[in-house]
Design a protein around this ligand. Structure first.
Ligand code: NAG
Length: 436
């Protein structure tokens, strides 16, 4: 375990040292870049959207070209598809010339200046991407420092809201969920206190997971609300990442521990079960690092796709790995039910573990696949719904786990009379026949 502890520590350092970008206010350095299209950031505007664009240190490798074909524009996803079509069919020569895009600044206005700063008002509510177009492939290389901020003005107060239209209520959503988890933690503490004679170590571990989840949501609410007001997170994102990391590791560990029946069925872990933990914990570290890079760099950064793939791969491996201990437990319990006399006892445990197995699969499937699908199909205005769906599924999973594995004053495993015992043995026999 010493090795993996060191690994965890090193990775934490890495997570902390990843430079924290300024969230919705972005700074990007472009150096000798000849790409025809450079996408910057995506944002959902309301009817009172603003784009602030400050560009400095502009240097062009060939300033004698027609610079009205070099510049920034805003474009929705749908119209981008149509612009691509226009370009392909030769209808327009340059994306900046298409009437489907909204030019923000073209470089002919520079008149040899090294930079400019402009504010663009966007009054058609939609999701836009800020794009830089350079219509002189291979003839012109551009270097510049781009600072951009996109925000909506609040209808009445006129205050800036740096969260995209579909995400602006997220701080409240996270805060509400953190209250729910806080209440759950209180409930769990009272259960632990009432049933203190039958409390196992794993129940305290569950409490830790609950508390970490509460703090994590609180940090996320604070993080998002700072971004909403100021456009940057002011360090709350660091706290949020630390708690996400701790929560991720403890949650996966908890699933493995419950799956193995640790402290419920047996006080120790077998070697192969320890190995699962040794795989899952470092992978969670990698997943969290990937998540930080993905969040902080935005979908158009170089390597973003690579990190996204790393994250998906690691996540899938973790999710599969945590299922193994549950399967082993189910197998052991089935064998035990057949060999020792207590068929009913083992059968009840078996049912519990099977339910748990199915619920873990549903939880993983929902939070990975269904939520991702929701995110893709919902309009930018309702992006928060996929967050709510994921949080509700997580909440249901926590509640199920707590309810099914709560400390019991009368352990039902041990109060079974002989009739039930026989019925269970019978059921088990039947089950075996069906399986053959
Ligand atoms: C752009 O420049 C103006 C004036 O210097 C400044 O007030 C504003 O904050 C800058 N915006 C960004 C996004 O850097």
């Amino acid at each position: 375990m010493a090795l993996s502890a060191r690994f965890v520590f090193l990775s934490l350092l890495l997570v902390l040292s990843v430079s924290i970008s300024l969230a919705e206010i972005r700074s990007t350095e472009i150096r000798s870049d000849a790409r025809p299209i450079i996408p910057f950031d995506e944002f959902g505007f309301t009817h009172t959207g603003r784009l602030e664009l400050n560009v400095s240190g502009i240097s062009l490798s060939n300033p004698n070209l027609d610079l009205s074909q070099v510049g920034f524009f805003l474009c929705t996803r749908d119209s981008w598809m149509r612009v691509l079509q226009q370009l392909e069919e030769g209808e327009v020569k340059c994306a900046l010339r298409s009437d489907l895009v909204k030019p923000v600044y073209t470089f002919d206005k520079l008149k040899n200046a090294k930079g400019f700063s402009t504010v663009f008002s966007e009054n058609d509510a939609d999701q836009y991407t800020l794009v830089f177009a350079n219509c002189f492939q291979n003839q012109l290389q551009v270097s510049m420092d781009v600072n951009s901020a996109m925000y909506n003005l609040d209808g009445k107060s006129g205050r800036r809201d740096y969260l995209s239209a579909g995400k602006t209520i997220l701080p409240r959503v996270y805060f509400l969920f953190s209250l729910v988890y806080f209440a759950l933690a209180g409930l769990w503490i009272s259960v632990l206190y009432k049933k203190r004679l039958t409390v196992f170590r794993i129940h305290f571990f569950m409490l830790a997971v609950l508390l970490l989840k509460t703090v994590n949501l609180l940090c996320e609410a604070e993080d998002k609300s700072y971004i909403k007001r100021t456009g940057s997170a002011h360090g709350w994102d660091v706290l949020f990442y630390i708690f996400s990391f701790l929560k991720g590791i403890t949650l996966f560990t908890l699933i493995v521990l419950i799956g193995t029946g640790w402290s419920f069925l047996k006080p120790y872990l077998q070697d192969k079960e320890k190995k699962v933990l040794m795989i899952v914990i470092p992978l969670q570290v990698v997943a969290n690092i990937a998540q930080v890079v993905i969040d902080e760099s935005g979908p158009f950064a170089q390597d973003w796709v690579t990190w996204k793939q790393v994250f998906l791969l690691v996540d899938v491996v973790c999710c599969c790995a945590v299922l193994f201990p549950i399967v082993w437990s189910i197998k052991n319990l089935r064998e035990a039910a057949r060999t020792d006399g207590k068929a009913a006892v083992n059968l009840m445990k078996l049912t519990l573990f099977r339910q748990y197995y199915i619920v873990v699969i549903c939880y993983i499937y929902f939070t990975r696949v269904v939520v991702y699908a929701l995110e893709t199909i919902t309009s930018y205005r309702y992006l928060w719904t996929s967050v709510v769906a994921a949080e509700l599924a997580t909440l249901a999973f926590y509640v199920f786990t707590g309810y099914k594995f709560k400390p019991e004053a009368h352990n039902p495993y041990f109060v079974i009379d002989d009739d039930e015992e026989e019925a269970a043995a019978e059921a088990l026999k039947l089950e075996d026949e069906f399986e053959l």
